[in-house]
Design a protein around this ligand. Sequence first.
Ligand code: C2E
Ligand code: MG
Ligand code: MG
Ligand code: MG
Length: 279
Amino acid sequence: TAKEKGRNLCCVYEDQMNEHITEKIYMTNNIRKALSNDEFELYYQPQVCLKTNKIVGVEALIRWNHPEEGIISPGKFIPIAENSGLIIPIGEMVLEKALTQLQLWRKQGYSQLRMSVNIAAEHFNQSHFANTVQTMLENARVPAKQLELELTENSLLKNTGLTTNTLHTLRRMGVHLSIDDFGIGYSSLSYLRHFPLTTLKIDKSFMNHINEKEKDRALISSIIHLAGSLGMRVIAEGVETKETFQFLQQEKCDEMQGFYFSKPMPAADIEKLLKNYYF
Ligand code: C2E
Ligand code: MG
Ligand code: MG
Ligand code: MG
């Protein structure tokens, strides 16, 4: 009967929910263990100047070297880390590893290389966030102007006094602040208006269909001009094709990153690229 069917559906739903919750708890525990076992590694993706075709920066992207499952991408565990508070220790570990690596590269002669680090909203909105960054920069002996923090709409959404203060403090220190995934949010323009951001990263969903999609071309070039007239640096992310690369060059986009130049790679592989392509 319909009633029985209803109950069955309900049971199935409950089972799935329990499974879902169990899975989450399981993952949370695993992430915690992974932190103490140092199973996280940073990969780096070059950011290339479109005028010189040289590497001017790298973005740190976290990977989980799971002992049984191999490399797990951030999409699979960052959301769970965000919901469980573990994103704070993860974020601090990422900052520390990224700055330590940057200092190593500076000593190898890549003295002006820039390091971009993704920061989750919950981490950014901690009241002492700017202080923590300051301390980490001092410990690593890296100049603040070589660090760029990539924020998303979520970090800026609340637009509280705290958000604004943190952004201004970081800017006064010299840290670069970028808005990641620009163009897919709801009110991106108001962020540009309210906050002292230095850099705009055009979301990858606009790239790679520029041949078929006139609108994508129009949007990309408008965003580039918008950034230019606001005095912001503009980076295109997710660039996979020669056509897109050349289009961005022609439109005078400042920098690009994407598979067309290089995938994110471990530090040792990035060093091989730096040898030939550092600016
Ligand atoms: P994101 O910051 O927007 O990073 C760009 C993503 O696009 C990366 O995925 C990168 O590997 C990928 N990508 C780069 N070039 C191309 C390309 O040409 N084509 C395509 N299709 N994709 C490309 P990844 O490494 O899986 O990271 C996904 C997201 O996870 C990041 O998006 C970022 O939001 C988050 N994430 C990564 N590392 C961290 C971290 O250390 N902390 C935090 N809080 N979030 C992180
Ligand atoms: Mg990013
Ligand atoms: Mg992005
Ligand atoms: Mg993204």
